[in-house]
Write a protein that binds this ligand. Structure first.
Ligand SMILES: Nc1ncnc2c1ncn2[C@@H]1O[C@H](COP(=O)(O)OP(=O)(O)OP(=O)(O)O)[C@@H](O)[C@H]1O
Ligand SMILES: [Mg+2]
Length: 470
């Protein structure tokens, strides 16, 4: 694989064994930065200003800077093909951002990652139902199970034994992600299933992860929805940041709210550290205790930006642009009381004040018994009962907030969606669980020992039975 970081030979070198960029600050001292993540996102670019290297930045971030006159056609960017620094205007990819109609953008597929620190808040079931909602409006949608530790999106879609999974992709049985995208019973909706039961894939090798991320953008679809695992491991965060948009799901309980905020903060810090791994002074500011210590933040991002501006004007421009471009979305799930909505607003306000970022609150989905019934019936809840409170909340949220339809447009779209959902509901096959899959229960020999134990749900590792028996 080509090394695709600019060779700032005086100050940096790459360890091929651990894919780590070492930045030399002087002859004697070196600081270890994060693993190279240049490859995340097809359009991530390094920039060189005043002999300092920044990035990678997305084209969207650079366009934001160009609009403010803070990134010009003659600024230097790293050309991966030529392996040299060229003026921004020389790159076909960047020329549109300097023109008036620079919005006619590059990649038509919109990748949306669904994450959030806490487990069990509804990431998977919301991903499935948002996918069904978009597909019913005639968008081509692919659901991607990127929960590498506990893939279960296929089960929510009523598929017990996926024909292909990531396993086939990782093991090179199938060359492209398009090949492993399975048709579902819903028109316009496909599924790339996680590698359930294939232990060891919870931590794919670095190169496997890179290959996956690059390939994601080659999948033919209007929307790609990534269901992420719980927690804030590098796998989860990197997928969240790779996407064009990220949705953080939380419920209104205080612990969940706190975890959602922390998740957003960790994502932002990783994004910033990545963008400034070429600048020792800025990294030092980012590594200050006041920012990294768990618990209450002692320094706001606005103050950090100010500190950076004192030492590096252009660096501060880039820093502020990264803050401005990071706009995670937020869904509050399992809302019992309309008053709970203020918790979503609270996260939005805290993110604005402390992190200087704009969290877009998409709205809430009510706690609804029919969601639980849908899960038991292996159906996305929006199909199981399109008239239920949760389904109504979600279709409004998709129509108005996610797609940005006006209230008038959304009225007609919602009618169309309801019609399609009723038809898709009729067509959705009933899965007979008892015939098809053993259910996780105390009767299992491995009860108490199994990492995937989830009583009452289909066993995700049943494929390993022959292995256990042998
Ligand atoms: N709006 C809701 N109303 C009622 N129950 C809900 C609602 N949303 C989620 N649930 C319940 O929460 C359970 C967990 O949902 P889901 O599996 O989507 O969570 P998750 O965030 O993906 O979990 P994990 O982090 O383990 O992947 C569902 O099986 C369902 O029973
Ligand atoms: Mg999940």
């Amino acid at each position: 694989m080509p090394i695709s970081v600019p060779p700032d030979s005086a100050s940096s070198t790459l360890c091929l064994h651990c894919n780590t960029l070492w930045v030399y600050t002087s002859i004697e001292s070196k600081i270890r930065t994060e693993p190279i993540t240049r490859e995340f996102g097809m359009h991530s670019l390094f920039v060189k200003v005043d002999n300092k290297q920044f990035g990678p930045f997305t084209t969207t971030e650079l366009r934001g800077l160009a609009r403010k006159g803070k990134f010009t056609p003659t600024d230097l960017v790293w050309d991966e093909d030529d392996q040299s620094w060229v003026h921004a205007e020389e790159l076909d990819l960047l020329r549109p951002i300097f023109s008036e109609d620079g919005d006619g953008e590059l990649n038509q597929t919109r990748i949306i990652a669904v994450g959030g620190g806490k487990g069990g808040v509804g990431k998977t079931i919301l991903t499935a139902s948002i996918g069904v909602a978009l597909a019913s409006l005639n968008y081509q949608v692919v659901l991607v199970d990127a929960d590498l530790g506990g893939a279960n999106l296929h089960t929510v879609m009523g598929i017990l034994e996926p024909e292909y999974t990531f396993f086939d992709f990782y093991t090179l049985n199938r060359d492209s992600l398009n090949d492993i995208a399975l048709e579902t019973s819903v028109a316009n909706l496909r599924l790339i299933s996680g590698a359930c039961g294939t232990l060891g894939l919870a931590n794919p090798k670095y190169t496997q992860k890179l290959r996956f991320i690059r390939q994601l953008r080659t999948v033919n679809a209007d929307f790609l929805l990534l269901d992420l695992g719980a927690g804030s491991s590098y796998n989860v965060i990197d997928f969240f940041l790779t996407a064009d948009d990220g949705i953080v799901v939380t419920n209104p309980e205080p612990m969940a709210i706190q975890e959602a905020f922390n998740f957003i903060k960790i994502c932002l810090m990783r994004k910033l550290r990545r963008a400034f791994h070429g600048s020792r002074e800025i990294l030092e500011i980012l590594d200050r205790d006041e920012l990294t210590r768990p618990g209450r933040m002692q320094m706001s991002m606005a103050q950090v930006a100010q500190k950076i501006r004192e030492i590096d004007e252009r660096g501060a421009d880039f820093f502020e642009q990264v803050l401005e471009s990071f706009k995670p979305m937020l869904i509050l799930n399992m809302v019992n009381d309309p008053d709970d909505v203020k918790e979503g607003v609270a996260i939005q306000a805290a993110a604005g004040e402390l992190l200087s970022i704009d969290v877009r609150f998409l709205g809430y989905v009510s706690y609804d018994q029919s969601v639980r019934e849908a899960v038991r019936d292996l159906k996305p809840f929006i199909l199981y009962n399109p008239g239920s409170k949760a389904a109504q909340d979600l279709s409004k949220l998709v129509n108005v907030k996610l797609l940005g339809n006006s209230l008038f447009q959304s009225f007609w779209k919602k009618r169309k969606m309801q019609k399609q959902l009723m038809a898709a509901r009729e067509a959705f096959p009933q899965v007979n669980l008892l015939d098809n899959a053993p259910i996780c229960s105390v009767k299992c020999f491995y009860w108490g020992d199994c990492e995937y134990q989830n009583g009452g749900h289909p066993c995700p590792v049943r494929y390993l039975e022959p292995v256990f028996k042998s």
